[in-house]
Ligand binder design. Structure first.
Ligand code: FUB
Length: 310
């Protein structure tokens, strides 16, 4: 069986990336906080869908905690110059979201048949129907930069945060999310309803919080990547399987704990013009408070060490 390794070696390989690395600089977004980057390539352009951290103040969020009111989308043709397309969704314009909850956490976006589906977690106002924790909703647009129209209700059957959506080569879509552990299910063709029972990925480490799943496929292998608290703070790990719902085999660490002590990390993995990239976050612009984060990116190399020659 092939054994695949991630190696994150941005500084070592920089000379191979001359056109991009000469000008690119972390963090990517400089005029606001940004976190939990979900990055997609649509029509040969990179779209970044991050969370938008803001600082809580009197009557607006909870001091000392995450505070997020809305989402922006950014795009770039070269990973260096980023266009802010502005706010695509805000908490009090989503019918089911608890007003002024300031908890628009990590999102994802995917394209299907010319429509763009934006997935986001938030607490629901109707706790009798959806409980007190987080639900996951969808907003739909005709273009990646919106305008996005939110569905009236969150997805039935999901309680949790950090949605991630993957569409396999056969057209079947899957949604993944977390609630301490990581879960997944098939999505119906309409992208807004579950089409299967929920799978819990029990093969992942039992101890330590796991969240922020991000699944991608490469050469017939499915990579389930996720932040995990193995020690004190999150690091990015991965497991490999032969189908989108596993079983997955724990394989290794993509990125170690941050030296700055930023407690969370949250990422996505994307291939753009023949190079893999890891998008993640740290607290570049807020060294004293790690809930005001900034998105970063580095080149990522996936090395096949035996067997396939790929
Ligand atoms: O941004 C809020 C939460 O922090 C996310 O949902 C988690 O993945 C962590 O990054």
């Amino acid at each position: 069986m092939n054994k695949c390794l991630f190696s994150l070696t941005a500084s070592v390989i920089a000379p191979l990336l001359i056109p991009l690395c000469l000008h690119a600089q972390n963090p990517l977004i400089r005029d606001q906080f940004s976190a939990d980057p979900s990055v997609r390539v649509f029509n040969d352009r990179v779209y970044l869908f991050p969370s938008h951290d803001i600082l809580a103040r009197e009557g607006k969020g909870r001091a000392g905690w995450f505070c997020m009111e809305d989402y922006h989308v950014f795009s770039s043709s070269n990973l260096t110059d980023w266009t802010d397309h502005g706010v695509i969704l805000t908490q009090n314009k989503v019918p089911w979201v608890k007003p002024d909850s300031y908890s628009m956490w990590a999102p994802d976006c995917i394209e299907r048949n010319g429509k763009y589906y934006f997935y986001f977690p938030a607490p629901a106002a109707d706790t009798a129907s959806y409980g007190r924790g987080f639900s996951i909703g969808v907003a739909v647009a005709d273009k990646p930069e919106g305008p996005y129209v939110p569905e009236p209700n969150p997805i039935k059957g999901i309680r949790g945060i950090d949605p991630n959506v993957f569409i396999d080569k056969d057209g079947q879509a899957y949604i993944y999310w977390s609630q301490g552990k990581i879960y997944g299910a098939r999505l119906k063709e309409n992208m807004i309803e579950l089409a299967s029972e929920v799978t819990e990925f029990a093969q992942l480490p039992e101890a330590g919080l796991k969240e922020g799943p991000y699944v991608f496929e490469r050469k017939g292998l499915y990579y389930l990547t996720f932040p995990h608290v193995e020690n004190k703070i999150e690091r990015l790990e991965y497991a490999i399987g032969s189908s989108p719902l596993g079983p997955f085999k724990m394989t290794g660490v993509i990125m170690d704990e941050s030296e700055t002590g930023c407690w969370t990390n949250h990422h996505s993995v994307v291939s753009f013009r023949g190079q893999w990239y890891l998008f993640y976050h740290d607290r570049d612009y807020s060294p004293q408070f790690d809930k005001a984060r900034s998105v970063r990116a580095d080149s990522l190399f996936l090395t096949t060490t035996a067997g396939s020659g790929r």
